[in-house]
Design a protein around this ligand. Structure first.
Ligand SMILES: NC(=O)c1ccc[n+]([C@@H]2O[C@H](COP(=O)([O-])OP(=O)(O)OC[C@H]3O[C@@H](n4cnc5c(N)ncnc54)[C@H](OP(=O)(O)O)[C@@H]3O)[C@@H](O)[C@H]2O)c1
Length: 410
């Protein structure tokens, strides 16, 4: 038996062969739509052998990231995502055929024809060509692994690099010795002389220490970029907040001229298995990446751009336990990239599905998790070099790149 589900409304105790989840075909904001799809999949998982998540090629979504992750979290279910063509009259025939043919993830082009996603290849660094100076926006570029990439971009392309993040450029107090060690800094702050009776809570100490380290990291990145001869500025901007992006980008473009290149590296994690995932977590993960992209493109029309880079994760390509929201948000960026290329064919656009780096959001626990699976970490300098080389000189026809080793199934 076959059933189709609109939202999480489908509930049946009857065992069905396959459920088609249609929620991503509705016209809703990205986080709502992806949350509804996850909920719908959860609600039919007990009663359906196969779950097929349908997305449309017209409005990019990230359900391929969800199907890859759920296959790892729900090994007892068969889960796929299919991308359907614009012409809705083809859908019944295409999906019926794809079900009987047992297609996996991919784009349904016509009956009997499916385009499967493929692993990208990396090109040789020898292909670097100089780029004219331009103004770049690098979200998340003052800190984490995107900072290393922004420095490599400055080395190879020059121009003006605008680094955007939420953190303030908090100055380092003169009375404190410089350190990059969070624990040591908390200790130094706790030992500072204070007026009698003034107490500082451990959470306040932690917040202050993190703010100081963020400020120092921002200044270090600015200095490293300036040492290459490029211009570097930091702008405080919350990518997920429309008003903040409007304000920051209109001021930046008034001062530095039109932005010609975007590197969208802002991102956060909220890992938890799909069965326990909350809507708030999904929204937190979608905010910088997906809302961030929408907010940025409202201020910067693709026709003014020569380059875009999206920082995605290998989790979007292979799926990763605990990262259904992150895999969807990143897969959505990849699907949006294909859409942008078809709208602006001269735009050079690259989606980096990064494997784990030796830094940034990969803390010691995550590093151990990946190493236990035999997935090596990307050295910072190597990843940054690959980024700049691929963005500036890689094959323009190759949009998606998986950087690092293939991840094991299951
Ligand atoms: N590290 C890895 O192994 C790895 C692997 C795959 C993909 N990636 C991707 O690479 C990118 C950078 O990751 P990372 O490891 O460097 O993470 P990270 O160390 O946690 O840094 C995240 C960066 O994003 C910025 N950011 C977060 N939310 C933001 C918002 N709402 N608006 C503006 N900026 C925001 C942060 O700056 P503020 O805190 O100052 O806002 C920071 O610069 C992410 O998109 C991530 O998904 C990383």
């Amino acid at each position: 038996m076959l059933a189709a589900s609109g939202f999480g409304v489908f509930s049946s105790s009857v065992e069905v062969d396959a459920v088609l989840v249609l929620s991503a075909l509705r016209n809703e904001d990205a986080a709502t739509l992806h949350w509804n799809t996850l909920e719908a999949a959860r609600s039919v998982k007990a009663t359906s052998r196969r779950i097929v998540l349908l997305q449309s090629a017209v409005a990019p979504s990230g359900l391929d990231g969800l199907s890859r992750t759920l296959r790892k979290e729900w090994p007892q279910s068969e889960i796929f995502s299919w991308t359907l063509p614009e012409d809705r009259t083809l859908w019944p025939q295409l999906t019926t055929h794809a079900l009987s043919a047992g297609y996996g993830d991919g784009q349904l082009l016509s009956e009997g024809q499916q385009l499967s996603p493929a692993l990208g290849e990396l090109l040789s660094p020898a292909l670097i060509t100089p780029q004219p100076s331009a103004t770049w926006l690098v979200t998340g570029g003052a800190r984490g692994v995107t900072a290393a990439c922004a420095i490599a971009l400055a080395e190879q392309a020059g121009g003006t690099i605008l680094l955007a993040g939420r953190s303030a450029e908090t100055p380092w107090p003169e009375d404190l010795p410089v350190t990059q060690d969070l624990k040591a800094l908390r200790g130094l702050l706790a030992a500072r002389p204070r007026a009698p009776g003034v107490r500082i809570s451990p959470s306040e100490l932690d917040r202050t220490a993190r703010a100081l380290l963020a400020g120092a990291e921002i200044r270090d990145t600015l200095a490293a970029i300036r040492s290459t001869g490029a211009v570097a500025e930091y702008i405080t901007m919350d990518a997920g907040d429309a008003a903040s992006v409007d304000r920051a980008l209109s001021a930046a473009q008034a001062r530095f001229g039109p932005i010609r290149g975007i590197v969208h590296g802002a991102g956060v994690l909220a890992d938890r298995l799909a069965d326990e995932k909350t809507e708030a977590e999904l929204r937190r993960v979608f905010a910088p990446k997906v809302n961030g992209l929408e907010n940025i493109l409202r201020n910067i029309h693709p026709s003014q751009l020569s380059h875009i880079a999206f920082f995605s994760s290998a989790a979007a390509f292979f799926g990763n336990r605990g990262q259904s929201d992150y895999a969807m948000a990143n897969a959505l960026l990849a699907n949006a990239a294909h859409r942008l290329t078809s709208e602006a064919p001269d735009l050079r656009i690259k989606v980096f599905h990064w494997g784990p780096w030796a830094g940034g959001m990969v803390d010691a626990a995550l590093a151990t998790h990946f190493e236990a699976q035999g997935i090596p970490l990307i050295p910072i300098e190597e990843g940054a070099r690959i980024f700049a080389t691929e963005l500036l000189a890689g094959d323009p026809a190759q949009i998606e790149l998986v950087v690092g080793e293939a991840w094991p199934a299951g």
